[in-house]
Write a protein that binds this ligand. Structure first.
Ligand SMILES: [Zn+2]
Length: 377
């Protein structure tokens, strides 16, 4: 497995040709398996969600010795297109609280962590010769996907939930995407996008397996950066909408552990708005996820039924993580506090991690990394 690193500039954005890996797709519902030539992120037998399973045996001990952490951050699904953005976004130490680090995913080209997954999805769309992609979104995902679609001359059609804010819709429109406003929430928009993809041979993108692979890199990068600072990562705090970032974080931690790049897994803390917290309720009541009607101002995490919720929750419990919700009032206060303190604008969904940290900091040992997911507001 040769190490391939090549930089290329696309519209002023530096992207890295990642080291890619062989994989298969496995259905989370019926366990059907597909090889890399399969052209969808949904199981054709049951419409279930697929997951990427790498042939980890391809990675030898020698590979790991040679390349260590840095190489693992480049492990992504094999693609002919092969150019994946690896943000290398800033890790900022808190001004006063020396135990807190902020991972600024707001530094990505469309100012959210969504870019990490979008570039992988668009790469696959190109591999499979799709002329059109379709997605459901509360805003950030569609902005990111329409941006990379435009660059690569692919049509984009987006189903926007009614929680989306006007400023985000403008950003999507400016990238030439066709916008369909849905009189319903994200879950409804997701159903419509799926239907359209089937009847129009459009590539269904969004919170699916390839996006998750790209989002793993956020966590791998956190460990790489903290190690360079000679610091441990003891806790990771992140917001939960559809639980894709959470699932990606969990998968990345498992990989680091599997390849003995970390001795202990960090505590993962999942945060939602109390006005839309199906994941936290399932955690607190020790049951599976049940739909709730979103009514939070944190549009980016206004998801009533997280697609990856149940599996992400199972991992969280097995690995001593936990979930908590914060009120919309706390979110706004945390957002404004953050803006004043760092002179950085972040969206309310991202402020959830700050609000949560303020509440639980006495319970946390060691170093904590909070993922600041987006700044489009
Ligand atoms: Zn299936």
């Amino acid at each position: 497995m040769p190490l391939i690193v090549r930089w290329k500039r696309i519209e002023g954005v530096m992207v890295l040709r990642a080291e890619t890996m062989r994989y298969k797709l496995v259905c989370s519902s019926c366990n059907s398996e597909y090889d890399m030539s399969y052209k969808s992120q949904i199981c054709s037998r049951c419409n279930g969600i697929l997951r990427v399973e790498y042939y980890y045996n391809d990675i030898t001990d020698k590979d790991l010795q040679l390349r260590s952490y840095r190489s693992l951050t480049r492990v992504l699904p094999k693609s002919n297109y092969g150019y994946y953005i690896l943000g290398d976004t800033k890790l900022l130490r808190d001004i006063k609280d020396k135990a807190l680090y902020l991972k600024l995913e707001t530094e990505n080209p469309t100012r959210s962590f969504k870019d990490r997954g979008s570039i992988v999805e668009i790469s696959k769309a190109i591999d499979y010769n799709y002329k059109e992609i379709v997605c459901a979104s509360t805003g950030n995902m569609a902005y990111s996907l329409s941006y990379y679609s435009r660059i690569n001359k692919i049509k984009a059609r987006v189903y926007i939930s009614k929680d989306a804010v006007e400023s985000k819709i403008d950003l999507i429109r400016s990238n030439n995407a066709e916008i369909v406003n849905i009189d319903g929430d994200f879950t409804k928009a997701q159903e419509e996008a799926l239907k359209y993809s089937i009847s129009n041979n459009a590539f269904l993108t969004g919170d699916y397996c390839y996006r998750m692979e790209g989002q793993r890199v956020v966590t791998l990068e956190i460990f790489k950066q903290m190690r360079a600072l000679k610091k441990s990562v003891d806790n990771i705090i992140l917001p939960v909408g559809n639980a894709t970032l959470l699932s990606a974080t969990e998968k990345a931690i498992d990989e680091l552990y599997r390849f003995k790049l970390i001795r202990d897994k960090p505590t993962v803390i999942a945060v939602q708005s109390a006005q839309c917290d199906p994941f936290v309720k399932a955690y607190e009541k020790d049951r599976s996820i049940e739909y709730v009607k979103p009514s939070t101002i944190a549009d980016a995490i206004a998801v009533g039924y997280p697609t990856f919720g149940d599996s992400a929750l199972e991992w969280l419990k097995e690995n001593n993580g936990y979930a908590l919700s914060v009120s919309d009032k706390e979110l706004v206060e945390a957002r404004d506090y953050f803006a004043g303190k760092y002179n950085l604008i972040i969206e309310t969904a991202s402020a959830s991690v700050i609000a949560a940290y303020n509440r639980i900091r006495d319970r946390l040992d060691g170093y904590t990394v909070a993922i600041i997911t987006g700044a489009n507001e």
